[in-house]
Design a protein around this ligand. Structure first.
Ligand code: MSP
Length: 658
């Protein structure tokens, strides 16, 4: 009889559908997918839930703006989220939409349990509400801004159902004391602790001013507060009222961003305690992905989308970068420069190079078969011992979700195997038949080191490691491989290797960055966005912002401030053959703008020329140089040759275009 596997349940946040995925969201999801793959390799029966949070006033407004019913709007957006995760190699087991009927039943059931147990009552609420964060703002008055996102709050007066959160101060403090591991990392634990110690006010959990929500049975027009609704998705994904039969509740871990810790570590366990249901075992809050020191977010307009990166460098490169570069639990910086540097140093020169040189030599010198280790080889570098260290250091780190350290341990093994090859120089001894046994031992050892690195890196680099695995002649899918099976002897001599192909070809830094930036830019031009929301994601444009006929109102056009400018000075940008740094006088102010026109305009031909400048763009850095505006040009022909816009008549510098 097959042995019963232990179960493991983890969740990503349930993402809002009034926006589209950027790499900040991708970070949470990639982390969970990595944990899922790792736990599967340890023999767990794993379920990972992700999904979309589709109710609330924001969606109501976005759908109205787009001129479509809410249900149609969210269906298209949910499809985009799902597709994006597929493209990033995410293996979600459950994709829950909060508009699913089974989810509505779970929310209504949870409410009934809380009410039957005496934790729900009807009352009046008057106060300030932030519609973007979907949260009441305590201690705020009319006209105050939300302390979290800085946007204006709205005054609401409503008859609501209240949840007796105040009754849970002690039970929550007891929970945190008894299970110090419940909230991770320590800083977030302290934050939740002081929030609860400061006293808890009852929480309104229904709304009457919103239509787009799950109805409270028999109490229309009450609908559930979006957080009461969304948090419950974790439970509906694994059976809802029938959770015991499914066997996956309580969750082992909810992975969330640090700004939503209060909802997960305070409200959610309180709802569950009130209903008499088991509590999740852990809430793990990660930090933010920052872009030039500020949080990447749609409202700041500094988002980077995953698709251009996946298209140019492959999804594994993005996964590796995020997990290697960001210390889990802390904020981390994203830049294209750092991404491409890491790609070249760790993936192309590191793992990719070890794979291609080892496999190419096996093909060339050993007839394409894994050789047998026969003769001992004198060496400073013991790959077998290094592999043993890597396995234990990797596992220790991954058990603690310290992904960056785990990857570092694997890369130490890769570099050890590289140094071993550099020292033993198999290519230099291959011509002499007398060295045959020694050569076989060296290549055997390198192949074993490579295979262990590939197995360990699989949860982070699923695609590339599977390719290496197949090139090593292994027939079984790597994702079915169990870490317990990992041992130095698993690579059987005489196995025929597969076709040797480059895994991570080295790329030219500036050209690669320019390609990704151009794709990103292209994708965020709404005019080119296809009409469907699914394609809109490629375009990075929120369908909500687009009226059905793709036309914009004059007020939208007027938001773009364009002025006549005159070029002062021009220089080339070091290391970027397409970019020029142009200083333009826009009337009383000289702006530095980085323009991608270097291959079509010589600096000396531009000086003195009048150009059209978009002056109210957010500043951004291109190849490390700040650009403060944009020079308008036509994009001509299939390769998009830039042709600068200008005037036939004399115009004054600084004049606004309307
Ligand atoms: N719908 C709620 C979650 C409900 S869970 C029951 C929500 N959605 S969200 O789409 O706004 O954010 C989802 C997650 O994405 C959050 O955990 C948030 O921290 C994460 N991120 C959004 N921007 C991010 C970065 N720039 N960096 C890292 N994570 C980021 O909140």
């Amino acid at each position: 009889m097959a042995e019963k596997k232990p179960k493991y349940y983890l969740t990503t946040p349930i993402y809002y559908t009034n926006g589209l995925p950027h790499i900040g969201h991708a970070y949470s999801t990639i982390v969970c997918d990595t944990i899922r793959r790792y736990k599967r390799m340890l023999g767990y029966d794993v379920v990972m839930t992700t999904g979309t949070d589709e109710h609330g006033v924001n969606v109501e407004r976005s759908a109205r703006k787009a001129g479509v019913p809410e249900s149609e709007f969210v269906a298209k957006m949910a499809a985009v989220w799902r597709e994006t995760w597929d493209e990033l190699g995410i293996q979600g087991d459950e994709f829950i939409r909060t508009t699913d009927v089974t989810h509505a039943h779970t929310v209504q059931w949870l409410f009934r349990l809380c009410r039957e147990n005496g934790y729900v009552y009807k009352g009046n609420y008057v106060g300030q509400y932030c519609i973007y964060d979907n949260a009441y703002v305590a201690d705020a008055g009319p006209g105050d801004n939300c302390p979290d996102c800085g946007r204006p709050t709205e005054t609401v007066t409503e008859e609501n159902y209240f949840f007796k959160l105040s009754a849970f101060q002690k039970p929550l403090l007891d929970l945190y004391a008894k299970h110090p591991e419940f909230i991770q990392p320590e800083t977030r634990r302290n934050e939740a602790l002081s929030f609860v110690e400061g006293g808890l006010r009852d929480l309104s959990i229904t709304r009457t001013a919103i239509r787009w929500g799950i109805p409270v049975p028999g109490e229309e027009p009450h609908v559930f507060y979006v957080w009461f609704d969304a948090l419950t998705a974790y439970l509906s994904a694994v059976g809802g009222p029938d959770y015991e039969r499914h066997g996956f509740w309580p969750a082992d871990v909810h992975v969330v961003g640090k700004e939503i810790i209060r909802f997960h570590a305070v409200y959610w366990p309180a709802f569950l305690m009130a209903a008499g249901l088991p509590l999740p075992k852990q809430i793990w809050a990660h930090g933010w992905l920052l872009m030039e020191s500020s949080k990447m977010s749609k409202s700041r307009g500094n988002v980077v989308k995953p698709r251009p990166i996946a298209n140019v460098l492959g999804m594994d490169a993005l996964r590796y970068f995020l997990l290697r570069e960001v210390v889990f639990g802390q904020d981390g910086n994203f830049s294209y420069d750092a991404l491409v540097q890491r790609y070249n140093s760790d993936l192309a020169n590191g793992l990719g190079n070890l794979a291609s040189r080892t496999l190419t030599m096996i093909e060339k010198y050993c007839g394409g078969k894994i050789p047998e280790a026969k003769a001992p080889v004198e060496t400073k570098y013991n790959v077998q011992v290094g592999a043993r260290h890597a396995v234990s250091a990797f596992q220790r780190a991954f058990e603690q979700f310290q992904f960056s350290n785990g990857l570092q341990a694997i890369w130490e093994l890769i570099s050890l195997a590289d140094r071993y090859l550099a020292e033993t120089r198999p290519w230099a001894i291959a011509d002499n038949p007398g060295n045959h046994e020694r050569l076989a031992t060296i290549l055997h050892t390198a192949a074993r080191g490579l295979s262990i690195a590939a197995v360990l890196a699989h949860p982070v680099l699923p695609e590339a490691t599977q390719k290496i695995w197949s090139q090593l002649g292994q027939q079984r899918r790597l994702q079915d491989f169990q870490l317990q099976e990992l041992d130095w002897g698993q690579l059987k001599p005489n196995t025929r290797i597969g076709k040797v192909e480059a895994i991570f070809p080295r790329v030219e830094v500036s050209e690669t960055i320019e390609r990704m930036e151009a794709m990103e830019k292209e994708a965020s031009q709404p005019a080119k966005a296809p009409a469907s929301a699914a394609a809109g994601a490629t375009a990075g444009a929120t369908p909500a912002a687009q009226p059905a006929n793709n036309k914009i109102a004059i007020e939208d056009f007027m938001k773009v401030e364009m002025r006549v400018g005159q070029v002062h000075t021009v220089e080339r940008v070091q290391g970027a053959d397409k970019l020029l740094k142009v200083n333009v006088d826009i009337g009383g102010e000289v702006r530095q703008i980085v323009a991608g026109i270097a291959q079509h305009y010589k600096p000396e031909d531009l000086v003195g020329r009048k150009v059209i400048v978009v002056v109210n763009l957010q500043p951004r850095k291109l190849r490390g140089v700040e650009s403060n505006g944009m020079i308008v040009a036509a994009s001509v022909g299939p390769e998009g040759r830039p042709v600068l816009a200008g005037f036939l008549e004399e115009v004054e510098v600084g004049a606004r275009l309307k």
